[in-house]
Design a binder for this molecule. Structure first.
Ligand code: PLP
Length: 442
C-alpha cells in the first residue's frame, strides 16, 4: 500500500474508532484504543467475494435475529484467501441471508469488539431495482425487476385502515410470489453444483411449478410437476403448453405426498428442489420480499403497524415476521389459513406441516372460508378495480375481521400473492353461486 493509502486507512480507522469510543461512553481505555488503531485492518468487501460453507438455517437463526435487532454486525474474520474462518460461519450465513452488499472483514482469527451499522453496508442495494427495466435475459428479469409495487387501497378506509397492498403478481413466470422461490432455489442449486441431471421434480399447487418450469426452460432442464387434487383442471394446459410433464395426485398437498415425490425422484435420478423444506424459500423472502417492504415504506416515512400474509409453505409470512419483529419492536404479524373444510388455492392449515413457522412469532392466525375469500375478491375488484387471487382475498377478509374487532388501525401491509385471472374455473362456480345478479347499466 502506498504511503498515502496507509495514511487514509489510518484516518478512516481513527474516525470509526472515535465514533465507537464516543458511543460507548468513553469506556475504552486509551491503550485499547491505540491497540485497535494499529492492529485492526478493518476492510469492507462485497459479500459475494467471500467464500464459506452454507449451513442449515436452524444453526444461525438466532444470529439473524440479533443482527436485525442490533442493526449492526461485528467484522467477519477471514483468511488471506478470502474464506471465512469456521468460528464465523454462523455470522457469514446470517449476513448472506440478509444480503448487504458489503461486509466488514478482518484478516485475523481473534474476535474484535467493533460493531458496524447495517446502514453503512449498502443494505438495500439488492431491492432498489432498475429504473429503465431493460434486462439481458429472463433470469435477470426475475432477479432485478423489483421491488414489486405497493399500492394503497380504498378498501377498508371506512374502518380507518390504510391497506398497503404488495402486489406479487408482478413476476413474469407464475404471475405470483412464488417466482421468487423458484428462482432462488434453482439458481443456487445450479451454482452449488446440485443439478447433476437435467430432470427436476416438484410438488406444487401451481405457482412454484410455473416459476420453475419457466426458468428450467431457459436453462434447458426438464420438469415434472406433481399437482394435488385441489388444483383446477385447466392448470394442466398451462404446464403442457410450457412443455412440462404433469402428474396428478389424488390428495391435497401433504407431507406424505411430498415424500412420494422424493421417492420417485430418487428412483428416476431427478433433482427435487423441495420448496417445503428448502431454506432458500425462507431466505429469499427475508432478503427480498421483507427487505423490499421495509425499503419501500421507509422511503415514504412509514413503519407499518401490522403485516398480514397467507400460509402455504409458510415461507413468505415467516420471513416477514422474522424481519419485522426483530427490526422494529411493535409490528404485529398475522397469518391466514383456510377454515376447516375450506380449500383456498395456495394456502393450507398449519397442522398440515410447515417448516419455518415454528421459528417465528405470529400474533394471530386467522381462519377464512373460501366463500368469504371470494366475496372479498369481488369487493376489492369493485372498490379498487384489482381482481386479486383467492389467497389475497383471504388475506384481506382476515384484515377486515381484525379491523372490525378493533385489533388493527392505521398503516397495514397486506401481501397479495397473485392475480384472480388464474382461478377462472373456481370463479366460474363461485360467481354462479354467489353473484346471481348481473350488473346492468341503467
Ligand atoms: N398464495 C398463493 C396463490 C400461493 O401460490 C402460495 C404458495 O404457493 C401462497 C399463497 C403461500 O405462500 P407461502 O408458500 O410462502 O406460504
Amino acid at each position: 500500500m502506498s504511503l498515502l493509502g496507509k495514511f487514509v486507512t489510518l484516518i478512516l480507522s481513527l474516525r470509526r474508532l472515535m465514533k465507537d469510543f464516543i458511543l460507548r461512553g468513553f469506556n475504552i481505555e486509551i491503550t485499547e484504543l491505540l491497540r485497535r488503531v494499529f492492529t485492526y485492518k478493518l476492510k469492507y468487501l462485497p459479500l459475494s467475494n467471500i467464500r464459506g460453507e452454507f449451513i442449515e438455517l436452524e444453526k444461525y437463526i438466532s444470529v439473524l435475529k440479533s443482527l436485525l435487532s442490533k442493526w449492526s454486525t461485528r467484522p467477519l474474520r477471514i483468511t488471506s484467501g478470502l474464506r471465512v474462518i469456521d468460528e464465523d460461519l454462523e455470522l457469514y450465513n446470517a449476513l448472506w441471508a440478509l444480503g448487504p452488499r458489503l461486509v466488514p472483514v478482518v484478516e485475523s482469527p481473534n474476535s474484535i469488539d467493533v460493531e458496524v451499522s447495517l446502514s453503512e453496508l449498502d443494505f438495500y442495494y439488492n431491492v432498489v431495482g432498475s429504473s429503465v427495466r431493460v434486462y439481458s435475459n429472463v433470469v435477470d428479469l426475475v432477479e432485478r425487476d423489483i421491488p414489486t409495487p405497493i399500492v394503497k387501497l380504498k378498501y377498508l378506509s371506512d374502518l380507518g385502515v390504510n391497506v398497503w397492498a404488495k402486489l406479487e403478481w408482478y413476476h413474469p413466470f407464475s404471475l405470483s410470489i412464488k417466482d421468487r422461490v423458484a428462482w432462488y432455489m434453482l439458481i443456487n442449486a445450479i451454482e452449488r453444483g446440485y443439478v447433476k441431471t437435467r430432470k427436476l421434480y416438484e410438488a406444487t399447487s401451481t405457482n412454484t411449478g410455473l416459476g420453475l418450469v419457466g426458468l428450467a426452460n431457459y436453462y434447458n432442464l426438464k420438469v415434472r410437476v406433481y399437482l394435488p387434487s385441489t388444483v383446477q383442471k385447466c392448470i394442466d394446459y398451462l404446464f403442457t403448453a410450457l412443455g412440462a410433464e404433469v402428474v396428478r395426485k389424488d390428495s391435497p398437498i401433504t407431507v406424505a405426498m411430498v415424500n412420494s415425490v422424493l421417492v420417485d425422484a430418487a428412483r428416476d435420478g431427478a433433482v427435487v428442489l423441495n420448496q417445503f423444506e428448502n431454506d432458500l424459500n425462507f431466505i429469499v423472502h427475508l432478503k427480498y420480499t421483507a427487505k423490499e417492504i421495509d425499503y419501500q415504506l421507509r422511503s415514504i416515512g412509514i413503519t407499518p403497524k401490522a403485516i398480514i400474509g397467507g400460509l402455504g409453505t409458510s415461507g413468505h409470512t415467516s420471513a416477514v415476521s422474522l424481519y419485522f419483529k426483530n427490526r422494529y419492536s411493535d409490528v404485529k404479524i398475522y397469518g391466514v389459513q383456510p377454515a376447516v373444510g375450506s380449500t383456498i388455492p395456495g394456502i393450507r392449515r398449519i397442522e398440515t406441516g410447515m417448516k419455518w413457522i415454528r421459528h417465528v412469532e405470529l400474533d394471530e392466525v386467522v381462519d377464512v372460508k373460501l366463500e368469504d375469500a371470494f366475496n372479498t375478491v369481488v369487493e376489492v375488484a369493485r372498490s379498487d378495480g384489482l381482481l386479486i387471487g383467492l389467497s389475497g382475498g383471504a388475506v384481506l377478509y382476515a384484515l377486515r375481521k381484525l379491523a372490525e374487532n378493533n385489533v388493527i388501525r392505521g398503516n397495514v401491509v397486506a401481501i397479495i400473492p397473485d392475480h384472480g385471472t388464474k382461478y377462472i374455473e373456481i370463479l366460474e362456480s363461485l360467481v354462479t353461486k354467489l353473484c346471481p345478479e348481473k350488473p346492468i347499466l341503467e
